[in-house]
Design a protein around this ligand. Structure first.
Ligand SMILES: Nc1ncnc2c1ncn2[C@@H]1O[C@H](COP(=O)(O)OP(=O)(O)O)[C@@H](O)[C@H]1O
Ligand SMILES: O=c1ccn([C@@H]2O[C@H](COP(=O)(O)O)[C@@H](O)[C@H]2O)c(=O)[nH]1
Length: 312
C-alpha cells in the first residue's frame, strides 16, 4: 500500500518526489521558489536495495551526505531531521536514523602542527587535514551493515580523544555531515543522496565566532585570523565547488523548515519501504500533526514520537 504524504498538498509532494526520481527538473520550490533546489544530478544508486561494497553483498543503509560551509547549520539541520523522525530520545542501538560528523575523521596532528593549531595557524579546512582512508573504510563498513567504532574529536585540543570512540550500530538511514564530505571522489560516490546547506557567509561567520569562543575555547583574534587565512579561502577552493554535486540545496539551513519537512518525508518513505521488507520492525509514520482523517482534519495519535509497531 502506498503511504499518503499529507504534510503538503499531495500534488506538490508528488511533483518533488517524481522530480527526485526522474531527474527532470533543475529547480523546484514548494512555496516561493527559494526554499529548496533539486539538482538534476540525483545519485544513481537504488534507494533501498542491496549494494555491492568491496565485492560483498549486504543490506545497505541509505547514506545521506550533508555538506556546506562552516557554521552553515549542517549539524542543526541533521538534528532537526532526527527530531522530526522521533530518533533523538532513544538508545543509540535502537535508532533507525543516525548522524555522524566528518570531524571525527580529522587526522592526528604532529607536535609541530598542534603548536601551529594553537595559534590559529593550522589549516583544518584543507582536505589534507582529514584521514581520508579511515573515512572511506568506515563508510564502506557502515554500508556493509557492520558495527563500527568511530573516533571522537576534541576541538579545544585539536586532537582525537584517545580511547574514546562512538559505537555506530547498523541503521536504515545514515546522515554524514561535514565541510568536505563531497570533496573526495571515492567517498562522494558512496552517497545515495547529497544535501548542501547553503547559508550566506556573513551569517556563517557571525555564528562561528560565538560558537568557537564559547564551545571550542578560542579567542576572538584567533577565530578571525583563522577565518581570514584558512577557513574562507579553503571554503572557496574546496567546499563551495562541491555544491554542484548536491542533489538538494537547502538555502538558509535549519530556518528552511519547508525543505527539512520535504527531506523528512522522503526519509519516512525510505523507512517505510525498509520496514515493509522486514518482518518485525518499527515503522515511522508521519508525526501526529501531519496525520489526517478522511475528512482532512488533523488527528492526534497517542504516541510520543509517531513510532508504531507493525501490526501482525
Ligand atoms: N537557523 C539558525 N538560527 C540561529 N542559529 C543557528 C541556526 N542554525 C545553526 N545555528 C547556530 O550556529 C552555530 C553553527 O551551527 P551548526 O549547526 O553547528 O553548523 P555546522 O554544523 O554547519 O558547523 C551553532 O551555534 C548553532 O546553534
Ligand atoms: O581542531 C579544529 C578542528 C576543526 N576546526 C574547524 O571546524 C570547522 C569544521 O566544523 P564545522 O562544524 O563544520 O564548522 C572547520 O572550518 C575548521 O576550521 C577548528 O577550528 N579546529
Amino acid at each position: 500500500m502506498k503511504m499518503k504524504l499529507p504534510c503538503m498538498p499531495s500534488v506538490i509532494y508528488r511533483a518533488v518526489n517524481l522530480t527526485i526520481r526522474s531527474r527532470k527538473c533543475s529547480v523546484i520550490d514548494y512555496r516561493n521558489f527559494s526554499n529548496l533546489y533539486l539538482n538534476p544530478r540525483m545519485s544513481d544508486k537504488k534507494m533501498n536495495g542491496i549494494s555491492k561494497i568491496n565485492g560483498t553483498e549486504g543490506k545497505a543503509p541509505f547514506l545521506i551526505g550533508v555538506s556546506g560551509g562552516t557554521a552553515s547549520g549542517k549539524s542543526t539541520v541533521c538534528k532537526r531531521i532526527m527530531e522530526k523522525l522521533g530518533q533523538v530520545d532513544m538508545d543509540q542501538a535502537q535508532r533507525q536514523v543516525i548522524c555522524i560528523s566528518q570531524d571525527s575523521f580529522y587526522r592526528e596532528l604532529t607536535p609541530t602542527e598542534i603548536s601551529k593549531a594553537e595559534k590559529g595557524q593550522f589549516n583544518f579546512d584543507h582536505p589534507d587535514a582529514f584521514n581520508e582512508t579511515l573515512l572511506l573504510e568506515t563508510l564502506q563498513d557502515i554500508l556493509a551493515g557492520k558495527i563500527v567504532q568511530i573516533p571522537t574529536y576534541d576541538y579545544r585540543h585539536h586532537s582525537l580523544n584517545k580511547d574514546e570512540f562512538l559505537t555506530i550500530y547498523p541503521a536504515d538511514v545514515v546522515l554524514f555531515e561535514g565541510i568536505l564530505v563531497f570533496y573526495f571522489p571515492e567517498i562522494r560516490k558512496l552517497f545515495h543522496m547529497k544535501l548542501f546547506v547553503d547559508t550566506d557567509s556573513d551569517t556563517r561567520l557571525a555564528r562561528r565566532v560565538p560558537r568557537d569562543i564559547n564551545e571550542r575555547g578560542r579567542d576572538l583574534e584567533q577565530v578571525l585570523n583563522q577565518y581570514m587565512n584558512f577557513v574562507k579561502p579553503a571554503f572557496e577552493e574546496f567546499c563551495f565547488p562541491t555544491k554542484k554535486f548536491a542533489d538538494v540545496i537547502i538555502p538558509r539551513g535549519a530556518d528552511n523548515t519547508v525543505a527539512i519537512d520535504l527531506i523528512v518525508q522522503h526519509i519516512r518513505e525510505i523507512l517505510l519501504n525498509k520496514g515493509r521488507k522486514s518482518e518485525e520492525r518499527t515503522l515511522v509514520l508521519p508525526s501526529p500533526a501531519f496525520v489526517r482523517t478522511p475528512n482532512s482534519s488533523p488527528k492526534k495519535h497517542n504516541t510520543a514520537d509517531g513510532l508504531f509497531k507493525r501490526p501482525h
